[in-house]
Design a protein around this ligand. Structure first.
Ligand code: AMP
Ligand code: MG
Length: 351
């Protein structure tokens, strides 16, 4: 299958830009599209065979459910049942935006879309390109991140092409995703509300509406603990991992730089190719010739926005050992470190 890349001019969105994409989606095919979080790989959420195509294109295990993307809040009552009042309040407060809610599914949602679960994940994205695609198609779009399963999520159309060319009909190229990390997933289907995946929105953002909100224990785990089963099936899989070995260093800045410089020297002497992942504020402290600046600690949203792009660049360069700083403070810290710890397989050196 040939994969068409269609550039979208954001300043002047035209219906014609979506014609081909809509045709593909309505005939059961797949289209990758930008959202404010990461790129999504979309298919008709109510068509079981489209959902199966998504799993096949990504190489994703079929027990890992898909998030259904909608363009109006009313769709909630079509896709879900027994909707608690708090879900409507969260929708009013955070939609459109980077919030996914898990609710009991209505019977029209096929089991393939929800990986066999009795619940469904729903999000209304704010990206105008995503919204227009959903509206023009007249469908609800099941759309997991548009990466090959296990690889870092995609924040640019080029990443999607790298992973999925030849496997999907079309990629809408709307430039770089602004947030760069996947949505915050909140489970409202159980007795107590739980955050199953941290994202741009964190626990504090929800306390006004749901004071009892907690993180799923698997989310805040600092090690890969087999005894803590993640409630979001996707969180249990190896994820975001670059091909090289990634290790996170935690501690005082100078001590981290000294330890990383020693490790790089040792691996380089052994003939391995090394790189360092650092914040702008401390990048100059490293002797390694390949230092990738992921963003600024002062503005942690810049770190979130570029994390996946930088992790992917290590693969392109064939880097064998990656030494990373830790970015654990601030509002986005939980979300950034959740992705980075998984990418490192929980390998953390405390100095
Ligand atoms: P992705 O869009 O690729 O980031 O994947 C969607 C994430 O949402 C995965 O981690 C899924 O496990 C999670 N998810 C989707 N539907 C459900 C659900 N019904 N219950 C729990 N987690 C879900
Ligand atoms: Mg994903």
């Amino acid at each position: 299958m040939e994969t068409i890349v269609k550039k979208i001019e954001r300043k002047a969105l035209k219906k014609e830009d979506f014609t081909e994409a809509v045709k593909i989606l309505r005939s059961g095919g797949l289209v990758a599209f930008p959202t404010e979080t990461v790129y999504g790989l979309g298919g008709d959420a109510l068509d079981a065979s489209a959902a199966e195509k998504i799993y096949a294109a990504k190489g994703r295990p079929s027990d890992n459910p898909l998030i259904v993307h909608i363009s109006s809040k009313e769709a909630l009552s079509v896709l879900a049942k027994d909707i608690p009042a708090a879900a409507w309040e969260l929708a009013d407060r955070f939609w459109p935006g980077p919030l996914t809610m898990i609710l009991k599914k209505s019977s029209i949602v096929p089991d393939q879309t929800t990986g066999g679960l009795p619940t469904v994940a729903i999000r209304m994205p704010s990206d105008p390109v995503a919204r227009m695609l959903i509206e023009e198609s007249g469908l609800y779009l099941a759309a997991p991140s548009a990466n090959a399963s296990g690889r870092p999520s995609t924040t640019r159309a080029e990443h999607v092409y790298e992973d999925l060319a030849g496997r999907i009909g079309l990629i809408l190229d709307g430039g770089e995703a602004t947030i760069g990390l996947e949505s915050t997933i909140v489970d409202l289907s159980g007795e107590k509300p739980l955050i199953l995946r941290p994202g741009f929105l964190s626990k504090e953002d929800f306390l006004g509406i749901l004071p009892e909100m907690e993180y799923d224990p698997a989310v805040v785990a600092r090690t890969a603990q087999k005894e803590i089963a993640a409630k979001a099936p996707g969180m249990k899989y190896r994820h975001y991992a670059p091909k090289g070995k990634l290790v996170i260093y935690e501690g005082e800045r100078e001590a981290v730089a000294a330890a990383v410089n020693r490790a790089v020297e040792e691996k380089t002497a052994g003939g391995f190719s090394c790189a360092v992942l650092a914040a702008q504020e401390s990048g100059a402290a490293y002797t390694c010739p390949n230092v990738k600046i992921v963003g600024m600690r002062e503005r942690e949203e810049t770190i979130a926005a570029h994390l996946f792009d930088v992790l992917r660049s290590f693969d392109e360069e064939g880097v064998e050992f990656i030494f990373s700083e830790s970015f654990s403070d601030g509002h986005l810290g939980e979300a950034i470190m959740n992705r980075l710890r998984k990418a490192a397989g929980y390998q953390v050196v405390k100095v």
